[in-house]
Every structure is written in C-alpha cells, then in structure tokens.
Ligand binder design. Structure first.
Ligand code: DGL
Length: 282
C-alpha cells in the first residue's frame, strides 16, 4: 500500500501528468451578473472541451453606475474566489470591470491567464464606419482606457457615446423576452439620433449582446453591429495554446454556474436565470 502511494505521488510530478492536470483545470469567467453569459457562449463555441466556471455577481450589479474604487474592489474579490477554485485562466467578461481592474488583476495573478473584453471600436472602423455609436455603461465611457482608444480613432471617425444602464437592469430582472419593455427602452436611446447617419454600433457592454435583434430594428440597413466577444475567445485560445494548456481531451467540458445573489422574497432566482439565458442564446 505504501509503495502504491509513493508511486502515485511520484507520478503526480511526472511532467506530462502535471501538464495534463493543468489543462483540465477550469476557466473562470465573471461579470456583474448576466452579461458575461454572452461571452461564455462564444468561449464555449470556440473551446467546447474546456471546463468553465461562470460567476455572476448579481448581488452587486450593476457595476456600471458605481465608482471606480468600488468596481475595482468587487472585481478583485470575485477573481480571488475563482483563483481559490484553481482556475487556469480568468476571463473578465465585463467591459466595465476590464477597464478598471484588468491591470491590477494581471499584476496580482502573474501565473494565471487574464483576458478582458473591451468595446470593439476597431471593428467598426475596419468596416469603414464614420459615425460610430458606442453603447456601454457610464463607468466604461468615463474611464481612461476607453477614452484613450476613442482619441486614437478620433481622426477617422466620429464617436457617439451612449450610456445604457437601463439595458443592464432589464436583463438582470429577467425581462429579455419582453419585447415591449426592451424595444421601448432602445427607442428612447435612438430617437434623437434618427437623422445622424450612424453606420456602426459597438456593443460595449456584455449585457447588450442580448438586445442585438431588437437594436437591428432601429438602425438603417447596412449599419454594422459589432462586439468584442469573438475576439476575446480567439485571444483566450491563443493564450492557452501558447502555454500549452489547451484542454485536448475529447470529452465535452462542463459549465458550473455560480451567482452571488442573496435571494430576497419576490426576487427572481439569478442562478436559474443564468442557466435560462445561456440556453436561450446559445
Ligand atoms: N456587463 C458589464 C459590462 O460589460 C457591466 C454591466 C453593469 O453591471 O453595469 O460592462
């Protein structure tokens, strides 16, 4: 028996086995709540064999109307929980948290791949758009990271900043299927821009991907609607390949959903809602 245990311990440190052990570790994905599920879907399509842990911080949603200090603290705390779950990578599936916390996360967790999402302004420009509306949270739009990006492109296009906090709340409250509520809100954003020839919309908040079909109804034909989720998935895959920790097992990976909600009477169950949204949009 002792000999068996000694052999097992030795095997564990065999380098191939060790790599195998790392590649099977999960990938942590987090957001203030439901939004990051749009990113998770793209990640799962590109990396079906990986195991994912999705952490929605609905108890603290929305992030986008909080101070930078609060957003930093919340993001660091969620990441710590994922690190305790021994993840090999963390995807910050939230533009708001990325713009404020990704640098600190990379400094703190040097051995873990940290990937962020940011408004895909470049995709709009590459499509030749001249008037680009960026729909995002108040925090993303006020942060240095976004404004630096917008300044870089200021010569080639006109950037219209559109904060849409209500779209975060509608998704968090489980009303994505309610066409009237969704369309009424989107109409309010777009009504004063009807004459302004917008030729690209950047979905700069992961919650807003769920509204893509509704948004299409308010923009002219040929207007591009772009987001950064595919780029994020490609970036993650490249990083996993570079470190040789891509999960190459043939079985389909699992997804574990976690939500920080402390459920109050009458409140919708956010964990159930997460699973429902995943199924609705996959
Ligand atoms: N989904 C998030 C983003 O991409 C934030 C939404 C919020 O909590 O305000 O920015």
């Amino acid at each position: 028996m002792l000999k068996y245990i000694r052999n097992m311990l030795n095997r564990r440190w065999d380098s191939k086995l060790f790599v195998y052990y790392i590649m099977e570790r999960s990938i942590g994905v987090f957001d203030s709540g439901m939004g990051g599920i749009s990113t998770l879907i793209e990640l799962k399509k590109m990396l079906p064999n990986e195991n994912f842990i999705y952490y929605g911080d609905s108890e603290n949603a929305p992030y986008g109307t909080k101070t930078s200090e609060e957003i930093l603290e919340l993001s660091m705390s969620v990441a710590e929980k994922l690190v305790h779950r021994n993840v090999k990578a963390i995807v910050v599936a939230c533009n708001t948290a990325t713009s404020i916390a990704v640098k600190s996360l990379r400094e703190k967790y040097k051995d873990i791949i940290i990937i962020g999402v940011e408004p895909a302004l470049k995709l709009g420009i590459d499509a030749g758009a001249k008037n680009i509306m960026v729909m995002a949270t108040n925090a993303t739009l006020r942060e240095k990271k976004f404004n630096k990006l917008a300044d870089e492109y200021a010569k080639s296009c006109n950037v219209i900043k559109m904060p849409c906090p209500e779209l975060v709340q509608i998704a968090e409250n489980g009303f994505l299927e309610n066409k009237d509520i969704c369309k009424e809100q989107i109409y309010k954003y777009f009504k004063s821009y009807r004459e302004s020839n917008i030729d690209a919309i950047v979905l700069g908040c992961t919650h807003f991907l769920f509204y893509k079909n509704y948004i299409k109804e308010f923009v002219k034909d040929g207007c591009f609607i772009v987001d950064g989720n595919l780029g994020t998935a490609k970036h993650l895959k490249n990083q996993l390949l570079r470190r040789n920790i891509l999960n190459t097992t043939s079985s389909i990976g699992e997804i574990e959903f976690i939500n920080s909600q402390i459920k109050k009477t009458g409140e919708i169950d956010k964990l159930e809602l997460s699973k429902k949204i995943y199924k609705m949009f996959y």
